[in-house]
Design a protein around this ligand. Structure first.
Ligand code: SF4
Length: 289
């Protein structure tokens, strides 16, 4: 049986630099706090915890003083930096540069919208760490849209600036933006108000679509390795599943069911931007055996 790993699979550069930062810090000290899971992958979190990374939540951070806390690639709202300053906590900032740029653009988008009584809309998952960080740039005024069910939250008689969380599906974003534009045109037949759509989906995720579909088409069974809370993982898995019915979402080799491979001659392994290559290699070796 042929077992192969997709060429573009593995950590994105945002995750690579966050993990490099953790490893660098833990060479100099035997413990480092990280606000939230460093990546949405339990196996990698376990590995980093074994060398001294301690995952904490915001409540725990409130009780810390005079120490270092890492901010992961998803970023944080301004209130977290204020808390760090108040408690004399040194921030080790691993916010991905793409997320940082989006935070900056949302902040200036909010300023512009306030001047013309408009609203910032963010297409993203409510409660997701990145979205909390993005909404924080607007002093929590942005409207979060997770699906078409939330579209009534927008006032279509006023200007609108739409952004997306970096790891949402580009098809989903397009369809939400089309619907917002349709409703907006009903309220503004002469386009007397302003609507701006910013493409803020990370190309690291969206550019994988074609290669992933081709990869899924080239094998009999796909094992998609991802944490179930990884936003890009769920999107890329669904894409694979649409094209290859025999696609299975797993987080470790223990999830594998041997029946999946009956009559199968080739297995493809891929994963989210937060899935470590060592884990996919371990799974490939297990399947080969
Ligand atoms: S998926 Fe994109 S935005 Fe998110 S951490 Fe990776 S490179 Fe950065």
């Amino acid at each position: 049986m042929i077992v192969k790993i997709e060429k573009l699979a593995g950590f994105c550069f945002g995750v690579v630099s966050a993990i490099n930062l953790v490893e660098k810090e833990l060479k100099e000290s035997d413990q480092l706090y990280c606000l939230g899971d460093i990546v949405h992958n339990n196996k990698e979190v376990e590995r980093l915890s074994s060398i001294g990374l301690k995952i904490i939540d915001l409540k725990a951070m409130e009780t810390l003083k005079n120490t270092k806390v890492m901010i992961r690639a998803h970023g944080e709202p301004p209130s977290t930096y204020e808390l760090a300053k108040k408690n004399n906590i040194e921030i080790i900032d691993a916010t991905c540069p793409i997320v940082l740029l989006l935070q900056k653009n949302i902040k200036s988008g909010q300023k512009e919208m306030e001047e013309i009584e408009g609203q910032v809309v963010i297409f993203g998952k409510k409660g997701h760490a990145e979205v909390i960080g993005l909404v924080g740039q607007t002093k929590n005024k942005a409207i979060v849209i997770s699906s078409a069910n939330d579209l009534d939250l927008i006032d279509y008689s006023k200007p609108i600036h739409i952004f997306s969380q970096t790891t949402m599906s580009k098809e989903g974003y397009k369809s939400i933006c089309d619907e917002i534009e349709n409703r907006y045109k009903l309220f503004n037949p002469n386009l007397q108000q302003k609507i701006i759509i910013t493409d803020s989906i990370c190309k690291k995720v969206s550019s994988r679509s074609k290669q992933l579909i081709d990869f899924a088409d080239s094998v009999d069974v796909v094992l998609f390795v991802s944490g179930k809370n990884s936003s890009n993982g769920i999107y890329l898995y669904s894409l694979c599943k649409e094209h290859k019915e025999k696609t299975y979402l797993i987080s470790a080799k223990e999830d594998i069911n041997k029946d999946w491979f009956i009559g199968c001659e080739s297995v493809g392994i891929s994963g989210a931007t937060s899935t470590p290559m060592w884990l996919m290699e371990e799974i490939a070796e297990y399947v080969s055996k």
